[in-house]
Design a protein around this ligand. Sequence first.
Ligand code: NOJ
Length: 545
Amino acid sequence: MHRPDEWWRGAAIYQVYVRSFADANGDGVGDLAGVRSRLPYLVELGIDAIWFSPWYASPMADGGYDVADYRAIHPAFGRLQEAEQLIAEALAHGIRTIVDIVPNHVSDQHPWFRQALDAGPGSPERERFWFRPGRGPAGELPPNNWKSQFGGAAWTRIPDGQWYLHRFAAGQPDLNWQHPEVRREHEDVLRFWFDRGAAGVRVDSAAEVMKDPALPDLMEGRQPHPYFDRDEIHDVYRDWRKVAESYARPRALIGEVWLPDPARFARYLRPDELHTAFNFGFLTCPWDAGRLREAIATTLAAHAPVGAPATWVLANHDVTRTVTRYGRAETGFDFAAKARGIPTDLELGRRRARAAALLSLALPGSVYLYQGEELGLPEVEDLPAAVIEDPMFHRTGGADPGRDGCRVPLPWTGAAPPFGFSANSQGAVGGTAGTVVAEPWLPQPNSWSELTVEQQAADPSSMLTLYRRALRLRHSEPGLGDGTMAWLPSGPEVLAFTRAPGFACVANLGKEPVALPAHRQVLLSSVELTDHLLPPDAAVWLRSA
Ligand code: NOJ
């Protein structure tokens, strides 16, 4: 039996990307007041916790994953006091808050980095980062061959001739986690947010914070890897776990761990390290019964020995929206093969996304839902280059479409942009009617008039209604959430399993309708059913016989 305070083992967690959720002051950028005004929506949706992507002071070189001050809220989003109020208000509705911690790097505007630049080569201030002289006769070449994950070199040269390491954008200098102050500071930041009521943290790029201090060139097969999944990292999370457990209600640590090897992944989830980590094997898996069955089985097998619950993730602010992905010939996700403007059947994608929602919400463990997925929003693929902010787009000269297409502000009400995203537009959140509002920071497609919350709330066949019903059942069905599952016999194109007591989920990924297994009642279905047959690309929840 698990302890009752281990809520994270079976929670449905909703990711809020604040900038794009709801804008209460009409400046075109989402804010905390907007989230507060929409809390009733989240309560009705039926989620257990909100994970906020970074809401801190930041120059937004990477959408806020470049933190200038971990203890201050971005002025466009609000103030610290509002964050505290939001955490308390959400909790009063039974919704916990998870904040995003970004340990690998800070913003180039962070005081530590400014001090390091001022203090010069060889100074203790530079020791908190990775400053090195360049290679080549005049130091004109980067210190090693590491690449930025956003394209280009992972090094930028500064006027005094030294280079600094940034595995993401140039505005995100990597911290030196060998440095005791770096470790102390982050533990303090954890306490800062836990003291303000945060129930947990999501740890950004969790497998990447440690570097080989020799900074050797990256070479095929070189082990240990100079910056990925290094063994020393686990000591960091053991210390964080102690911080999390020093609270009467222990706080949860949730890792963003992209690791293909399930055994290496599970090491982060040992009983004295992180509590859970995102299941990217499931997210990236194509819409294929065999591959999904394997992904589910591998996930459960990897988690079992460490006693950690699995997580099920279909989307987040970094990947192509589910309905778009599932509407293409290649339904998996791969950062290296991102494409836009390729043939996409959104109707098929939406049908599959509905089935995938029921599948993922029925699997044992916790589940993550990225804002807008409950509306079935597609990826916006025709954003003009001039409005795109994502460094992934800019650092690759536009070769990579970037991630802004899944970050377009949500449509709430009305028939035209900004669809109630901003206050005073279409009579949405607060404010004085008639005030002029700024355009949303990314433009919304006109076609989203069909996808607003207002439209979908009134439509029993909408994606929103499906999610609301499913999340409600997730609370009322004792078999759902944390626990175990057992596969039911089925054809190769079908995923069918039970969750005791008395619940079954069946998903048909094949081309022909299949007969439902024996059951007493259909609880929920992603499509209308006739003659006890489950059509292709559909899923159903059953009260089992
Ligand atoms: C992972 C985050 O999800 C992504 O948005 C960000 O760009 C990188 N980490 C760097 O912080």
